[in-house]
Ligand binder design. Structure first.
Ligand SMILES: *[C@@H]1O[C@H](CO)[C@@H](O)[C@H](O)[C@H]1NC(C)=O
Ligand SMILES: *[C@@H]1O[C@H](CO)[C@@H](O)[C@H](O)[C@H]1NC(C)=O
Length: 265
């Protein structure tokens, strides 16, 4: 049961209880936006809501919610505060440090065939300026609007991932960028990346004509397979979506970056 399902379940439960007592017409009751606990337990509504939204976010991050379409309306302010506050940054930094420590711990071969895959959106480049104009995930994704933003080529870098990128490069690991962006965005994507400090990579793989309509998991798995067929050992993979990381031909280790704003199946 998702968060909303759970909310509805509790609402129905309380409706069922009050109905026993007063015989109320269910259809006439207003729909509660927050969970209705018995009053004795409702110490502080905003604290309860905060905890509920944290549960929703953690369930999303751990891939227990999949698939979900938009941020629950009750959690809009929560997600906004998370994205703009320091928590998001700390979460990204933690993952970046773990990944960097792992990369440094490896005994790399000297054939130059160790590779690290980076996703782009919400991994290396941040679309937060776009999402701050579109409700931080409250709105259903609009690909036309989003494309316009991408074509501006002004997405800021995600600093903790850039740090990992530089550490990985220094170790002599090849960088492969694998994105769901389409071929027609190659130039703007490369230019945007270079402008924010990602200057060197071995391959930039975008969705080509043959990849249209493929779910992200299938597209990225296929591309990883091709990378492996070229002789690369994919020792690490960084992405903000589970569909960047799971499937087949997976990396030795995958690192999931936080993203409570949207889910790509
Ligand atoms: C409820 O919790 C919030 C956040 O912790 C706090 O700002 C607010 O003052 C609290 N309200 C009450 C009535 O205790
Ligand atoms: C993008 O296109 C312009 C104009 O064709 C070209 O000068 C530039 O080198 C291209 N940039 C990249 C990163 O490919």
């Amino acid at each position: 049961m998702g968060f909303l399902g759970f909310t509805m379940f509790l609402c129905l439960l309380s409706v069922a209880r009050s109905q026993e007592a007063m015989d109320i017409d269910i259809d006439l009751l207003p729909r509660a936006l927050i969970i209705e606990y018995p009053e004795t337990r409702l110490k502080n509504t905003s604290e309860e809501l905060h905890m509920q939204c944290t549960s929703w976010r953690v369930a999303g991050e751990s891939n227990n919610l999949s698939p979900w379409r938009t941020v629950p309306v009750e959690c809009g302010d929560y997600v906004k505060a998370y994205m703009l506050g320091r928590s998001y940054y700390f979460d990204l930094e933690m993952v970046s440090k773990e990944a960097g420590g792992y990369a440094k711990s490896l005994q790399l071969k000297e054939d130059g065939m160790d590779a690290w895959i980076f996703d782009i959106d919400e991994t290396l480049l941040s679309n937060l300026p776009y999402y701050s104009d579109h409700g931080f995930g409250l709105e259903v994704f609009d690909s036309d609007q989003f494309d316009k933003w991408v074509l501006e080529g002004v997405a800021p870098v995600i600093e903790p991932t850039l740090k990992l990128y530089e550490d990985v490069l220094k170790l002599g690991i090849k960088i492969i960028l694998l994105t769901g962006r389409t071929e027609d965005k190659r130039n703007v994507t490369a230019t945007n990346l270079m402008n924010v400090g990602c200057r060197k990579w071995d391959q930039l793989i975008l969705r080509g004509d043959n990849d249209q309509g493929k779910p992200a998991i299938a597209f990225k798995s296929e591309k990883r397979k091709e990378i492996m067929m070229e002789g690369f050992r994919i020792i690490g993979n960084s992405g903000d979506q589970w569909s960047d990381l799971v499937g087949t031909s997976t990396a030795s280790r995958s690192f999931k970056l936080s993203n409570p704003m949207y889910h790509i199946p």
